[in-house]
Design a protein around this ligand. Structure first.
Ligand code: C2O
Ligand code: CU
Ligand code: CU
Length: 468
């Protein structure tokens, strides 16, 4: 695997889009907030126009309700499980006590309920929640169980970033179209290799999504909630945007970019200026094609469009004049820089997968997940540097619970703009090594680290991490 540019295909002429019939655009659904307990329940909804789809949901909707909290809040939420199978909730990106973290075997049985409670110590940012049951995370997330958890704080408020209708949370996911409209989840052994890839991109559960907006500055919070799909996010007209936050909240200052890779589990917040767009005009948010290493586009072994296929994500239709431009702040929010040269502990984590897939084929340091076995023991407060090595032909979004880390370097090129702040998930390309620096400070207990390709995770690419 060569430089980062090697995985980018050259696109001659216009952007090839898998879909994008403007005439059939669907209004984008924007998930409402939560009133009352969070109920895990089957539901019927409309994903594909004109057809009804059986879903697995939080709160009866896909996506689940958007939860909002302020830094310092004590967050309390009762989960009721009305599904036919056990489930739980993981608060992705938050450091919560181990008993509230959604450990894979810490489950709420059908008909049962439990209370989650923890204090939110995180910086303002775009976090999310999803189920985390052992071997069933992929199926439940694919069925519709995922939602935003947005944390706000005073530092962020003082910046006067675009708010209200100009602050839009977008859950990006791919799904497989089916003749009967169902979200069928049945990965074959070959699907496990790349992960369960779809052939259509949904934004907040909507294919061919369109959002009517004002001609002004917008804050877009993008969450890649796909099981396995990596998006190469860009605007179709190539316009630049300002990246203001990654997984763990605001960067120190905005960074201009025109595209970035977003792997499953990752978030990015960007500011896009629509103030000079004509009323009636539109711009499309898309995922550009790329070569993911290993198999080339169109060479996918399983179903769905191959990793690296192009997608249209969302059409922003500028339909009305906007409020006069918000001034873009040149400083955002500081965070403590971790210095890798002062690390007390160094570790190497090698992610591997074997062909054909079999039990135990998906490993980190040669091990597949086994509940309760301690694989890494870390001391609270110790500064650690980890080398994450991808010794396989597929990209792996590496994710760790219970803390945010900082990306030090990638062996194949520069960091993306959204990788310049605190993160909890980082994409590791085939053959690549990514170095991160981290410290576990908040809670002791048993947590996990894993690949956030949910098929890989469910197949065992996950280890236990005990914080002591
Ligand atoms: Cu978003 Cu352990 O997962
Ligand atoms: Cu997580
Ligand atoms: Cu993986």
């Amino acid at each position: 695997v060569g430089a980062a540019a090697a995985r980018v295909l050259t696109v001659a002429g216009g952007l090839p889009l898998l879909r994008g019939a403007e005439a059939s655009a669907e209004p984008l659904g924007l998930p409402a907030g939560l009133v009352g307990p969070l109920i895990a329940t089957p539901a019927t909804g409309t994903v594909w126009p004109g057809r009804s789809t059986a879903l697995l949901t939080f709160g009866g909707t896909y996506p689940g309700p958007t939860l909002r909290a302020r830094r310092g809040d004590v967050f309390q939420l009762r989960l009721e499980n009305r599904l036919a199978e056990p489930t739980n909730v993981h608060w992705h990106g938050l450091a919560v006590p181990a008993e509230a973290d959604g450990y894979p075997t810490d489950l709420v049985q059908p008909g049962a309920a439990r209370q989650y409670a923890f204090q939110i110590g995180e910086r303002a940012g775009t976090y999310w929640y999803h189920p985390h049951p052992d071997r069933r995370t992929g199926a439940q997330v694919y069925g519709g169980m995922a939602g935003f958890l947005i944390v706000e704080d005073e530092d962020e408020r003082a910046l006067g970033l675009p708010g209200g209708e100009q602050d839009v949370a977008l859950l990006l996911q791919d799904r497989r179209r089916s003749a009967d409209g169902s979200l069928r989840y049945a990965p074959t052994p070959m699907d496990l290799m790349a992960g369960y890839l779809g052939d259509a991109a949904l934004v907040n559960g909507t294919p061919d999504a369109e959002l009517r907006v004002a001609a002004t500055l917008h804050r877009l919070r993008l969450l890649n909630g796909s099981n396995a799909r990596v998006f190469r996010v860009a605007f179709e007209d190539g316009r630049r945007f300002q990246v203001i936050a990654g997984d763990g909240g605001l960067l120190e200052s905005p960074v201009a970019a025109s595209e970035l890779f977003l792997g499953p589990g990752e978030r990015v917040e960007l500011l896009v200026d629509l103030s000079r767009d004509p009323i009636g005009g539109s711009v499309r948010l898309a995922s550009l094609p790329f070569s993911a290493g290993g198999m080339g586009p169109g060479m996918g072994m399983g179903g769905g469009a191959s990793q690296g296929a192009a997608f249209s994500l969302l059409r922003l239709l500028v339909e009305r004049p906007g409020p006069p431009g918000v001034r873009l702040p040149d400083r955002l929010a500081p965070f403590e820089r971790l210095d890798p040269s002062r690390a007390e502990v160094r570790r190497r984590l090698v992610m591997e997968m074997r062909m054909p897939p079999f039990a135990g084929a998906f490993t980190i340091n040669g091990r597949s997940f086994e509940a309760g076995r301690v694989d890494l023991r870390v001391e609270r407060g110790a500064l650690e540097v980890w080398e994450i090595v991808n010794a396989s032909n597929e990209p792996h979004p590496f994710h760790v619970h219970a803390t945010q880390f900082q990306v030090v370097r990638r062996s194949t090129g520069a960091l993306g703009a959204h990788e310049l702040g605190p993160k909890d998930t980082v994409l590791v390309w085939p053959g690549e090594t990514v170095q991160i620096v981290l410290r576990f400070e908040r809670h002791a207990g048993l947590y996990v680290l894993h690949c956030h390709n949910l098929e890989h995770e469910d197949a065992g690419m996950m280890l236990n991490l005990e914080v002591v």
